[in-house]
Design a protein around this ligand. Structure first.
Ligand SMILES: Cc1cc2nc3c(=O)[nH]c(=O)nc-3n(C[C@H](O)[C@H](O)[C@H](O)COP(=O)(O)OP(=O)(O)OC[C@H]3O[C@@H](n4cnc5c(N)ncnc54)[C@H](O)[C@@H]3O)c2cc1C
Length: 618
């Protein structure tokens, strides 16, 4: 099957939906529509759109609205650069801080029901690392909707998209990205329709990757099951680079046995971390900001308490590892807690059987956010870095958590990610609108991309791969067949093992030996097994095992890039703590790692505009 679109948007979270909306609302698109040229845009999502992980975001979206306390974009800009340990591209961070207010107000106009101050303004709460007067004191900057801001944003954007007549292909899984390396331009994507089990070749001159993060690389993660780094892996497999993949944020308060997030808002509203002796330890590590220091600082403090023997075991498994600490929320007035943290309370009650108004809750750091990703300009154009400059891939864009415009540098501040996704997602939509206006798809449906182009070959290869995946399904039924041993293996087992490996080698702290061990296991054991996987049923329609196999293959590809970049960075910065290189080294590593799938790493200088690197004490 074959289709041709002006633009394909892969992903229906905050980034993808913001892009679709701003495309439809742009002057260029409206002018074309006035001339009778209807835009052909397709949003492809492997999930039903409203299941995108954006819907789980709890705490807030950052903007210097100044509704609770005086605030300004310059302070937000400074905090973002400092929070990212000076690996932030300052031109991008400036846009983030300057346009944050407009972004939040637009969301309000699109229907987001923010919580309110007594006088009716959008309410704001404290989040770690957000300060006033260049670090002098904390400031309330995160606009919130109880603890369900992501749910509000996702639903509002989706409803607006439906209102604008955006076309969706839901539960389609994008397997390949066609980028013509000679021409440096995109040709479209290959997608697998999980309903019909068919492979589609979808041609387009413009493709936006907005596929979200990759928390599922780790076993303990706050991320939903779909966050398998598909977009980053698509780009690596297309021969392009990923940027700063070594920086993964560990959120300090994952619920002990599940990794499910207990929002930072729980500490912002008065929760305190305590060790096995009941001591509130954060003052020892971050005297000024205490429990609300930046997330990497708090996660490492927890790890230090655990390593010093002051951790606790998950009460559900008293004989298990003492790798947790307590989150004590009992100082929060119960009525207030229910009003502003309903989701957190429900999660604790449902998954731990505890009552946070009375009980301390066991928590541990959980893989939360990928700061790195697909390198993009501030107009969301994907580029590769070589010969000392950026080379833009024509028509290829990325936005949201899978991208790296580098506003988060080596560590993201809470609330800045929804902002990044909505703001740079919108900019992506505008960029695409400008490009489509110059070259819309012709009404007669004629394709400007040649027949027999790279995309046709990728489509055929994927069709063959799909055929192979299901062709051996019957082997699973034959116990004595030689293949029988192989067929007990499956994608879920493999993903579990990869997650455990990444937890033990890269989570919170690492060093060369741990990285090397993980690389070896992946190359020698996990990748060969992943290539052998096949489906246990012979049908392709509604067969989730097929996408699970492709997802774990993507995870492995990304894990290799992440380990390569982690090995190459001989310093500690932001979320990356190398025990063998404990200090930050600006002389050698004030640079972005650009890693490809062949294990090459080159370094791109950080855009420093008006803030020289300082120390990052909290
Ligand atoms: C529990 C939790 C709480 C959070 N709280 C906050 C917060 O309070 N404030 C904040 O700023 N940030 C928060 N974040 C981070 C923030 O929510 C995310 O970074 C952001 O929502 C990502 O948006 P996105 O559009 O990039 O991706 P997502 O919302 O993850 O959407 C990804 C989309 O890509 C699609 N997709 C992926 N792969 C494929 C494929 N192969 N083919 C087709 N479609 C594909 C999916 O179907 C989905 O539609 C939180 C994150 C988590 C996990």
């Amino acid at each position: 099957m074959e289709e041709m679109y002006d633009a394909i948007i892969v992903g229906a979270g905050a980034a993808g939906l913001s892009a679709a909306l701003s495309f439809y609302r742009s002057d260029e698109t409206r002018q074309n529509m006035d001339l009778g040229i209807e835009p052909k845009v397709l949003v492809i999502s492997k999930l039903q759109s409203l299941r995108s992980h954006t819907g789980s975001a709890e705490g807030g979206i950052a903007a210097s609205l100044g509704n609770e306390q005086p605030d300004c974009w310059q302070w937000h800009y400074y905090d973002t650069v400092k929070g990212g340990d000076w690996l932030v591209d300052q031109d991008a961070a400036k846009i983030l801080a300057q346009e944050a207010t407009k972004t939040v107000v637009n969301l309000e106009h699109d229907g987001v029901a923010f919580s309110r101050t007594n006088d009716g303004h959008i309410a704001q709460r404290r989040f770690g690392g957000h300060t006033k007067d260049y670090g002098k004191a904390p400031v309330e900057r995160a606009a919130y909707a109880a603890d369900r801001v992501g749910h509000q944003i996702l639903h509002s954007l989706w409803q607006q998209c439906i209102g604008h007549g955006v076309e969706f292909a839901e539960e389609w899984y994008v397997t390949d990205l066609a980028v013509d390396q000679d021409e440096q331009q995109v040709q479209g994507v290959i997608a697998f329709d999980t309903h019909s089990g068919e492979v589609h070749v979808v041609r387009a001159h413009n493709v936006l990757i907005a596929t979200g993060g990759a928390g599922r690389l780790f076993h303990t993660t706050s991320n939903s099951w779909d966050l398998t780094g598909d977009g980053m892996s698509l780009v690596l497999r297309a021969g392009l680079q990923c940027e700063d993949t070594e920086f993964v944020q560990f959120h300090p308060t994952g619920l002990a046995h599940t990794g499910i997030l207990l929002s930072e808002a729980s500490r912002a509203e008065g929760g305190t971390l305590r060790n096995a002796d009941g001591v509130a330890f954060m003052q020892n590590y971050a005297p000024e900001h205490g429990d609300l220091a930046a997330r990497d600082v708090v996660s490492r403090a927890i790890r230090a308490e655990v390593d010093a023997g002051r951790g606790i075991a998950d009460p559900r498994d008293p004989e298990g590892p003492r790798d947790c600490v307590w989150l004590d929320m009992t100082a929060i007035e119960p009525g207030h807690m229910l009003a502003v943290l309903p989701q957190v309370v429900e999660t604790i009650q449902k998954y731990a059987g505890l009552d946070p108004t009375k009980d301390w809750v066991p928590v541990k750091p959980t893989a939360h956010y990928t700061m790195g990703g697909i390198p993009v300009t501030t107009d969301a154009e994907v580029y590769t870095w070589h010969d000392g400059e950026r080379h833009i891939i024509e028509g290829l864009y990325a936005a949201g958590e899978c991208s790296c415009v580098s506003v988060h540098g080596a560590n993201r501040l809470g609330g800045n990610s929804l902002l990044d996704a909505c703001l740079f997602g919108s900019r992506a939509g505008e960029s695409i609108a400008r490009r489509v206006a110059e070259n819309p798809v012709l009404d007669d449906g004629s394709t400007i991309i040649d027949e027999d182009a790279l995309i046709d070959h990728l489509g055929q290869d994927r069709q063959d791969a799909l055929h192979d995946l299901v062709a051996h399904a019957d082997d699973a039924e034959q116990p004595e067949a030689e293949a029988a041993e192989e067929t007990t293996d499956n994608a879920y087992k493999l993903q579990e093992q990869l997650g455990q490996l990444m937890d033990s080698s890269l989570a919170v702290l690492t060093d060369a030996a741990a990285i090397e061990r993980a690389q070896q296991v992946i190359t020698d054991e996990l990748v060969p097994r992943a290539m052998q996987l096949h489906s246990h049923a012979e049908y392709t329609s509604f067969n989730q095992e097929i996408t699970a196999i492709w997802e774990v293959q993507n995870l492995l590809k990304l894990a290799q890039a992440m380990l390569t970049a982690s090995a190459a960075r001989h310093e500690s910065r932001g979320s990356l703590k190398r025990l063998d290189y404990p200090e930050r080294d600006d002389a050698s590593f004030l640079a972005h790692s650009m890693t490809d799938a062949d294990g090459n790493v080159v370094w791109q200088p950080v855009h420093i505009i008006d803030m020289k690197p300082e120390s990052r004490e909290y």
